[in-house]
Structure formats: C-alpha cells, structure tokens
Design a protein around this ligand. Sequence first.
Ligand code: XMP
Length: 616
Amino acid sequence: MTNNGRIAIIDLGGQYCHLIARRLRDLATDSTIFPPSVRSEVLSHYAGLILSGGPQSVYDPDAVSIDERIPALDMPILGICYGHQLLAKLLGGEVGRRDGEYGLAQLRTSTLNSFLPPHGETSGAGPLFHGTPPAQRVWMSHSDAVCELPRELITLAGTDRCSCAAFAHCSKPLFGLQFHPEVAHTEFGEKILENFVRSICGIGEAEPAAGRVPALCERIRRAAAGKSVFFLVSGGVDSTVAFVLCAIALPKERVLGLYVDTGLMRQGETDELRANLGRLGLTDRVRIWDASEVFLKALETQIDPEDKRRVIGRLFVEIQSQALHQFGIDPDHWLLGQGTIYPDTIESGGDSGRAAVIKTHHNRCDEIRELIRQGKVIEPLTELYKDEVRELGRELGLSAHLTNRWPFPGPGLAIRCLCTLTPGGASAVSPEIAATIAHDGFDGVVLPLRSVGVQGDARTYRRVFALAQKDRELDYQKLGKLSSALCNDNIAVNRVALLIGGNRPLTDARIVPATITPERVELLRQADFIARSEIERANLADTVWQFPVVLAPITFQDGESIVLRPVNSVDGMTASFACLPSDLLLTISNNILALPGVDAVFLDVTNKPPATIEWE
Ligand code: XMP
C-alpha cells in the first residue's frame, strides 16, 4: 500500500510538539498530530512517525505511553526527548534519572557507525545527520536519559552530560534524539528533520503554501458568521495583525477594538498605539479605556506570579463586558477577538491536558477558556508563532517599525515587578562551587528570590544564582558556560544573574518584602525607558529580540535592584541571553543607578531553558 505522504506526530505532552508540525510546514511537509491513545492501524498509512517530547518520566507508573505495536510498524519513526526515551524503552533499553541538561549543549556525532551508509564527508553518523558537522550546537531540556540500549540500537551521538544523545536501529529506520531538532536554537535541527522527512521517509516537497492572508480572512468570515468582533488590542504585533486581518475580512462596522490601559504599560505606549492606529487608518475603530486604577488596586495584594496572571486575565474579560455594556453593544451579537498565538496556548498548558502549565498567559485564564467553550472568542493567529505573525504583518503591508517591535506581554509590568512577603539573606555556595567560579574570576551567592523556568518540559519556580566579577569587560562565552553548568548541576536554581552595577559585595544582598505599588511600577517604567532609549540611541534595538527589564526586591542598602534581560529568539519558545556590548550595558546601568531607589543592576545570563524569558 502506498503511504499518504504525510508525517504523523504523537503528542506526548511536550512544549514543542506543535513546533514539530510547524517545522514540517516550513519544509512543505504535511503532518497530523495524534494523542498517545492512537492505535497503530490508524498510523500505518503514514510515511513516517515522530514521537514528541513530554514532561513525565517514562518509568513513572502512570507515564504516558503509546500502542506497543507501533515500533513494529513498517515505517520510519523518530523519537524526540521523551519520545526518544520511550522508543528506547519499548525496544528494550533502559531510561533513568541522570544529570540535568538544559539549553545549549555541544553534540558530537560518532563516526563508528560503519554499518550505516555514510553520506558525504560530514558527520558520518548515518542518514539522519547527513550534511551536518561532527560537532554541532543543540538545545536540550531533560533530566532523564537513555542509559542502556538493547543490542540492535546504536548510539549515534553524545554530549558531555549525555552519552546517548542520538541512536539508530541497526536494520530498521528507527531513530531517537535526546535533543530538540524542532527548536530554532538547535543549529542543524531543520537539516536533521529534513533528512528524516526526505531521505528516510521518502516524502517529496509539497506545493509551497500560498500567502496566508486570503485563507485567514476566509476563516475569520466563517468563524464570525454574521456576528461582529470586539477586539482586545494592546498595540503589539500580534493583536495589531489579528485586528487588521479582521478589519480586512469583515465590513468595518463589524470590527471594533478596545485598548485597555492597565497602568502597567511601558512609557509612551498609549501614544505609540495612537500613532500606529493613525498610520493604519483605524483610529476611529479603537476605543481607549483607562483601567489603571482597577488593575493596580486588584494587584496590590497579589504576590504569586500565577495569581497575578489570573487576576489580570479576569480583569480584561470584566472590562471587555463593561465596555460592551457602555457602548450599547449586544453581547449576543459580538465575539471577543484576541491576538493569541500558539506559544500562549502551550505555555498555559495547551488544549490536550497533557502539557504542563509553564505560565498562564493572560489570554488563557479560566474566564477566557469558558468563553472559548461557549464559542464566543475569535483568535485568527492561534496556530502561528511570533516570527510567522511578523511575516504576516509584512504581507499585510504593516511598517517594519510595528512588525519588528519587541514583544510585550499582556500582563505588562506586573509580571516584571517581582513581589514577595518573605525576607531573607543571600546563602553562601558550597566550597566546591565557590572554587569553580573563583577559578573563572567570579564570586557568587544564592538569593532566596524565585523565578519561573521551563526544565524538561515542566514548570520550575526556583532561586537565583547571583554572580559578581572583577572585570568590567564581559566574557560572554565564559558566562554562558558557567550559567549552564550552575543550573544543570544545581536543582535549587534555574537562573543566573550577574551584578553589573553598584559595587556591593553580594553577601550583603537581602530580599525584602515587596508588593505591587504605583511607585514601584513607576520606578520600573523609568528603568525600562532608560534601557530602551539607550539601546535605540546605540542603534542596537534590532539586534535583540526582546528586552524585559525587571524590578527585583534585592536590596543592598535601602533600595531595590533592576535586572536587565535582553534575549535573542525566533519564536519565544527557546531563547539565548543576548550579548550586548559591555559599554552599552555600563551606560544603561549607570543611568538606572542614578534613579532614586535603585541599589544595583544585574544582567540575566540564562538561556531558555532553563529559565523562561520573563521572570514570572
Ligand atoms: P516566557 O517568559 O514564557 O515568554 O519565556 C515567552 C514570550 O511570551 C511572552 N509572554 C506573554 N505574552 N501574554 C502575552 O501576550 C502573557 O501572559 C505572556 N507571558 C509571557 C513573553 O514576553 C515572551 O515574549
């Protein structure tokens, strides 16, 4: 029987499962995502199968698994991360808890696999790695690993912390990869997937998709079906692109935008929105609603990041319905429009119930989920990632100024204004760690202040490792290695921050109780403005993907600390800390230190994973 030329993907609950389908789409290859319960006979006419990652351990009694007949199907199978471990286990291998490995790792492919046909002069590790070099940069997120392989499986590659980072079956097209070829940060990930799809599964290239705008507009018209759309706009690229699409797809009078000023926006945000709307000719289609007092009041008692996010999501829904009422709009004839993109959904736990909640995005709070269940929400971009939305914006003719804007999260500065009720001092690190970091010219402490991370496809909420160095020049390579090692070795921390401003001994650092107050938000807004202005002045704004600025209740005297978090990313799913010139950071830091109430400035030097981009 000929196969259908498509790839089947089994979703085992990983953060990047949908991203596999997106990468295949980039390779003009169609795919279908199935739940783990899919029966082997349903898959038999597919050209190949990919098993995604997932947050569990394959040896847990209630671990998610697949139909045990699947590995025996006469089709190529590629297991990724949890899928790699599951495939190895089903084929008779052993999986156990090993060292953590999060973010960047150096992969070395083996050349010993002479049984596998060599392809060209590159890695020699068989068809999966064809055209890739023997040493390559990959992105990892695991603490379990395959520790023993059955005889018919052969190790193709390893890293310093993972001896079996890739395997192949000696006679069947079965492969496993501990790293994630689907994420943008894996250097040759796309090539590896292309090898799997083209030379291993034998799928030719499908017709490249035509421009997206007509298809999306058609979908909006069908989804709106006679109703109008009341759109929550923030001025950011996602909601603007989604709003413009609705305004093109539907008669103008059926689309109205609502911009809620939460009081948690960056400096000048509302003015910039007005200017952008003017340029788009949509000024008369958007109402501005000042809800800053309501938001700040409701947040005054919220400490926990997830509580903050839930409160903010609920307030957006409440304000939207108040606005409907005030504008005399009949709620039964209007849908709520949002610029939700796929990462918002998956980080909020996805729709399948298998993925972990990393953080509840404001547009995925319970109230919105309920409205979705009732069919009252329209979200044209839910299948897309940030880079695809930017591309769509360009297709729509939006200005580069708008499409290239740094992402700004819906909950705004609230999730960058860290809160705690528990005071605490810095903890000294173990003598071994102290000796290791001293060797690299650093000293360090662990601070009892927690931030969100994503490790092994699950949420972590761990402490911060603070570093200080004598040199003014930043050696980013050294910092990157140290940061990875500290988070990989130490399950108590998921983030590393380097003190760059305020000459204090780290041992003096203390965490002080802090809540959201208008004064703290204003201080953060000013620090954020300084960072943005300086990087724009240096003409370097386009060299970073996003630049959160965080207010942390880390005190040395009587003020707090500001953390700079410039990152590079493609889609926000993985990120690396950005390496800005030391001089620019020093200028930013000095200007921020001049603000009353700031004791110190830190630079976050953590990748995603192990940390997320935002601290909360
Ligand atoms: P993290 O912090 O999870 O964020 O690495 C990935 C990207 O998502 C943005 N983000 C949000 N965007 N509503 C949004 O619209 C939210 O609730 C939210 N939380 C995080 C974050 O700024 C980054 O670009």
